[in-house]
Design a protein around this ligand. Structure first.
Ligand code: 5GP
Length: 209
């Protein structure tokens, strides 16, 4: 007699941490928003920062804004998974944000700089890191200027840092050139889909017990 095992039709996967980095002005904000609209099991980790809030930013949605003293307290209390000094301000990923979403089986998206990505990759080796590249240097400059959120001095600071950040792109798992949001979002969704199909992320066996 053949014993027919009950084959699973769906696999539960370990939720994953997805890192997106790229130079200021490359268009991460738009891409993150679109990805969250498209991927129902994806949540965004809201960073704690000490930078001044921009007019178009919403507290608790884009960032959590803190004074330097408050941020320092959080460092002392070990509340960060990682933190970094970026463009003259502190930026940090809160443990509570990431742990909460992972516990609800959501994949968690981090929009963080190259220093933060390096720290997270060491802490969470099976995290997925994606580096967004501009189509050209000229296009990056144009996007930063058109964004209209920073003055000339800040733009120059960000362009100088962009050169340095771009040199880190080979440390990432994936690269995507952000030509249009549609193309980029599609490409990142494909990366996420492929990562969700990795055998080592599956929980349990192929057969029902
Ligand atoms: P912006 O000031 O333009 O919003 O962000 C500046 C840079 O800080 C961006 O490259 C962004 O990815 C990075 N960033 C935002 N949140 C975090 C964070 O929690 N940790 C680290 N390391 N970088 C962050």
């Amino acid at each position: 007699m053949i014993i027919r095992p009950e084959l699973k039709t769906h696999f539960e996967c370990q939720p994953m941490v997805i890192i997106i980095s790229g130079p200021s002005g490359v268009g991460k904000g738009v891409i993150v928003k679109e990805l969250l609209n498209k991927e129902s099991k994806l949540a965004f980790s809201i960073s704690a920062i000490t930078r001044q809030r921009r007019n178009n930013e919403i507290e608790g949605k884009d960032y959590l804004f803190f004074s330097q003293e408050e941020f320092q307290k959080k460092i002392e209390n070990n509340e960060f998974l990682e933190w970094a000094f970026v463009h003259g301000n502190y930026y940090g990923t809160l443990k509570s944000q990431v742990q909460n979403f992972l516990s609800y089986q959501y994949d968690v998206l981090l929009d963080i700089d190259v220093q933060g990505a390096d720290k997270i990759k060491k802490l969470v080796p099976d995290s997925v890191s994606i580096f967004l590249l501009p189509p050209s240097w000229a296009e990056l400059e144009t996007r930063l200027k058109l964004r209209g959120t920073d003055d000339n001095c800040e733009i120059n600071k960000r362009l100088n840092r962009a050169k340095e950040e771009l040199s880190y792109f080979k440390n990432y798992d994936y690269w995507v050139i952000n030509r249009t949001p549609e193309e980029t979002v599609l490409c990142i969704c494909q990366i996420i889909n492929a990562e969700r199909h990795k055998i080592n992320r599956i929980k349990g066996d192929i057969f029902y017990d």
